[in-house]
Write a protein that binds this ligand. Structure first.
Ligand SMILES: [Zn+2]
Length: 189
């Protein structure tokens, strides 16, 4: 079972982050249909992992790479490629999962009051939710807050909503801590 992290501040950027270290030792966390099913459930897009076949995985990877390229362009103040816009817009068309309030059901991640949310739908719907998030992010005001992690090897994109736009790492407990520890060692040599 692959461990996924959700630190980007946006589900579309989190999907793009399922390829790690893109410019060095590239590592793809979604190489089998079961990986994608697990990611969808871990992301909270659907309460139960959906059925995924090879074609579904290929569609998700196409969407992921279109989002990655477009968000990277946004981080550098460049417009996305027309072909990538088309992939994202097409994936956004189907209806996203429908959220339903549940009573007395704590296994759906309820926060209190004995209620929770159940999200039902299929892979196409879950990918539509991701594509819609990408549309709102890249087409909205927050596009200029997309940044790339400054840690060595890490190529994760994230949304920097800090007041002073001063965030440098995708994740303080991971990349941020490692970078600070390295700087500390360098100073005390
Ligand atoms: Zn990072």
């Amino acid at each position: 079972m692959v461990e996924f992290t959700f630190v980007s501040g946006d589900v579309a950027l989190d999907l793009a982050g399922t390829v790690m270290h893109r410019r060095t030792d590239r590592q793809d966390l979604l190489t089998a249909p079961a990986d994608l099913a697990g990611w969808i459930a871990a992301a909270g897009l659907l309460t139960a992992a959906p059925q995924v076949d090879a074609a579904g995985l290929a569609a998700a990877v196409d969407l992921r790479e279109a989002i990655y390229r477009s968000a990277l362009n946004a981080a550098h103040g460049r417009p996305p490629a027309p072909a990538d816009i088309e992939v994202i817009n097409r994936a956004a068309v189907p209806a996203p999962p429908v959220p339903a309030l549940t009573a007395g059901d704590t296994d759906t991640g309820g926060g209190g009051g004995g209620m929770g949310v159940r999200r039902e739908g299929d892979l196409t719907g879950a990918l539509a939710a991701v594509a819609r998030a990408a549309v709102e992010l890249l087409g909205g005001h927050d596009a200029r807050h997309v940044k790339e992690c400054q840690a060595d090897r890490c190529t994760r994109l994230y949304l920097d909503l800090s007041r002073r736009q001063s965030r440098r790492w995708c994740d303080m407990s991971g990349c941020g801590n490692r970078a600070k520890a390295a700087a500390f060692r360098a100073r005390h040599k």
